[in-house]
Write a protein that binds this ligand. Structure first.
Ligand code: UDP
Ligand code: MG
Length: 338
């Protein structure tokens, strides 16, 4: 089901999308700050808060903010689906020509919005914030993130100092048809770049967390590594899995054949018994692995076709959503039928 009609929906200049997971104390001050910054800009705007299954009372705060301001929309998830899902929902529901994402914990500075949007106007499709003076713990956050950024930059070819900074600005076109899974929101610049988006980065302000706690720990690092392997594969072989698996498979077959001939040669010239030669087992193993890998590649080709040819489904379940501006009943895209 397509939730949002593209044309009807593009009716403000900026949408600020904010994922929220248990950030009760930050929401009201964040909202005031944001409003002040947005009012000072020459754009029309809306704020879309996506509550990712908070259980600390954030929902009540969001509801009261939304009730008092028709430039604010809220989307409430049924449970915690993760930051990627929250951002995806925000992208689906946002009506802006430009979409800004930022954290709910006030670590990003709303005063940077104008600067980031200004940079988009220089002809970029994505402007990614760089928290050069990042106010987080060194060992558990800054160091792993530094390594991850190096790795991601090198593997994807899109060189950014700070993939993890939520403060980013996107042109609507590059974000709308991007399907995100797992924790792939971090890789949006690389994924969008593959589709032709022009990406740049800009230094932004970063502040220490005042309320609540970070939702991530060091264990995220392993997930980032696996995601990176995933992204690398998606970027290079998504449309041609046989090229990846087939190459390995052919190597297996060739090595198997070579070792088998070696075994036979050893029998003929040195009288080594074939059945007692461990190389025989190795050649069989290589053959089998080769055939398996080629088969996986072929199945991958089928999967790829299914992936491209079927309709994408949203990766979240929305419990309730209240849009900024309140669309007329009939074409309210947020009407959720159980
Ligand atoms: N967040 C979310 N769902 C989650 C985890 C985090 O929506 O499962 C939100 C969180 O409320 C915050 C943003 O994502 O607005 C970034 O999280 P956090 O500040 O904990 O990460 P950090 O800044 O420490 O990297
Ligand atoms: Mg934070």
């Amino acid at each position: 089901m397509r939730l949002v009609d593209e044309e009807d929906n593009a009716s403000v200049d900026l949408s600020v999308v904010i994922p929220v997971f248990n950030e009760k104390e930050s929401l009201q001050p964040l909202y005031s700050e944001l409003k002040q910054s947005l009012k000072a800009l020459p754009y029309s705007w809306e704020i879309v808060f996506v509550d990712d299954g908070s259980f600390d009372g954030s929902v009540d705060v969001l509801k009261s903010i939304q009730a008092g301001d028709d430039q604010v929309g809220i989307i409430l998830f049924r449970r915690n689906f993760g930051q990627t899902a929250a951002l995806s929902a925000g992208f689906d529901y946002a009506r802006g020509d430009i979409i800004i994402t930022m954290d709910a914990d006030m670590q990003n500075d709303p005063a940077d919005i104008g600067i980031v949007v200004g940079k988009l106007a220089d002809g970029y499709d994505i402007v990614s914030g760089w928290r050069r003076a990042r106010k987080d713990k060194w060992l558990s956050r800054k160091l792993p993130s530094k390594i991850a950024n190096r790795l991601i930059s090198r593997m994807t070819g899109v060189r950014l100092h700070d993939y993890g900074c939520t403060l980013k600005a996107y042109r609507r076109e590059v974000i709308k048809n991007l399907r995100l899974y797992g924790e792939l929101h971090r890789f949006i610049p690389a994924l969008a770049n593959e589709r032709g988006a022009k990406v740049t980065e800009l230094e932004v302000n970063h502040r220490a967390r005042q309320f609540g706690q970070s939702k991530y720990t060091l264990s995220r690092t392993t997930r980032v590594l696996l995601d990176l392997a995933n992204v690398k594969f998606l970027l290079e072989y998504r449309t041609k899995p046989l090229q990846f698996f087939g190459k390995l498979g052919l190597f297996g077959l060739a090595a198997g054949a070579l070792i088998f001939f070696l075994t036979v040669a050893m029998k003929i010239f040195q009288g080594v018994d074939i059945s007692g030669n461990p190389l025989l087992v190795m050649s069989l193993f290589m053959f089998t692995a080769g055939i398996q890998l080629i088969s996986i590649g072929l199945v991958g080709e089928l999967v790829t076709r299914a992936y491209y040819e079927t309709q994408g489904k949203p990766i979240y379940v929305v419990k309730e959503a209240r849009l900024a501006g309140g669309l007329p009943d009939g074409d309210d895209p947020l009407k959720v039928t159980p």
